[in-house]
Ligand binder design. Sequence first.
Ligand code: ADP
Ligand code: MG
Length: 607
Amino acid sequence: MSQNIHVLPENLCNKIAAGEVVERPASVVKELLENSIDAGATDILVEVESGGKRLIRIVDNGTGMSQDDAFLALERHATSKVRKEEDLFAVSTLGFRGEALPSIASVSRLRLRARSRESETGWEIYAEGGSVRKAGEVGAPCGTTIEVRNLFFNTPARRKFMRREQTEMGHVADVVTRQALAFRHIRFRLVHGNRAIIEAHPEESLEARVAAILGRPLIREMRYVDEDGGSDLSLRGLVSQPSQTRSAPSHIYTFINGRYIRDRVVQHAVMEGYRSLLMKGRYPLAVLFIDIDPALVDVNVHPTKQEVRFRDQRLIHDFISSAVRRNLRDSSWLGESRDESSQTAPVDETRNEISGDRGFVPQSMRFQKGETIRESADRYSAPSRGLTGNATPGPDPTVDDDLFKGGDEAQAPGFFSSLQVLGQYHQSYILCQDGDDLVLVDQHAAHERVRFEQLRRQHHSREIERQSLLFPLVVEVDFLEAAQLEEHLQVLADLGFEVEPFGGNSFAVKALPHLLAEGDAEALLRDVVAELGETGKADRIDDAFDEVLMLMACHGSVRANQSLTGVEILALFKSLDGVDFSAQCPHGRPVMVRMGLGDVERLFKRL
Ligand code: ADP
Ligand code: MG
């Protein structure tokens, strides 16, 4: 019998591994940067030509390598970072698989030059397609330089997959950005041709690093998150306010124990924190560091180590989303003047004195430093409560009684209440003056937010009113859905659904959450059940509720094209001051827009 199975030659193994690890120039930069960081470098220079297709050179001042190590580094599964199996569960370095250098070498012309602190001279190795061609002593500073030329020169299929220079360069810059955000004590420079793309000096504060890399104006739109979630779990970093968004999640930078990751659960959790604050298809900016006991997360699930597996996904998810949400709610952007000294102050110091009832207001709404709150609200007599007329039949329960009680009078009015109302435009927008600024408030969006928060509060306090159906609705599902429905009957009951098995794969819906009774009950139930089955977590229920709450809020709200009296406007503003996230309607549209005097004067060519 002939033998068909054979062990592959080493070099071919490396090429196969390269298929997973080395996708494009940016992947090379990622691996080499990780090695430099693991080697304790404090200064890393990345030079790139043609988007990395022609040359990638990384110079670091880390530990360097001895002559023996330099050769070993190019061997497959050669690493200095793990020795025994247990080490795999407590990896503290970025690399540990011992695959990167041999993989990269197998698909490029690689030059490695290194000198350790102990040796007098450095050592240089030159390899082509993974075979060492030359090696010898050279003069070199301490540290390591790795040059990768002509990536994929020997794998034409791969070469064809590389994109335009600018595209590849964009990916390279992304990689450097991530590491520079994570390791702010390291100096990072990225040079493309003769152009400096990134220049980041060692920084004390995250804020300063983010400002240096993502831009200084941006930092003004972000605030600190700093939460502990038990002994071995914490979340720190910066999140943007909902008015600052991007069209893709590319600016959500998340790190687990210092390692950049792109994880579905984590990203979902961040978005969950922003729920109902962003318009569809918009994403916030965030730089978030999750620290967790390494035993509770497996980083060895993917060759590029960008995906992880948590032992308890749900715990992490809920911790992150509620931490982000809490921080957005407690927002102190409004009226917060962030001069140099306050920029580095941790937000916690200010958190308590800035109560949530001020709501959440974009940068454009901030008070100038030292500016006082005007008393224009006093011009109106305190309204009984709520809006009158058709706008809101009956009292508006969002306007807490407290808001109008004596004790409250002594308090400074909230932001909206303190605006000087000039009038109504097109029966849709309320014109106000705030200092020298002209402020336009969209009355419909404003009321929608108020209504929505009120409805949601009811829902959150678990007082979900049920509405019994006169005739039970019989829903026929498939066997998978049936199993999931059975499993979650109790969860559904807690949410206001009364569902009972009705023989075979049919179920009788006897009651619905009162708030949802108007909608398409069957579709809702299916969506909820599908989601329960998929994640084991009732995200969709909240989503479904939010969607319906938004709809209801929309219906019960002051419409555009409706004239409002001064009292009604003030009542609306007071209500707005009383809810969270008052600067966005539940669909994420802005509630208000501000124009400076300068903006107006420019319109009249006075400036
Ligand atoms: P891993 O990082 O998974 O250990 P690599 O193939 O990336 O595997 O690197 C192999 C080894 O080479 C590393 O374990 C490290 O000892 C050494 N090495 C690589 N790059 C550097 C560097 N820039 N400075 C010092 N040592 C390095
Ligand atoms: Mg490595």
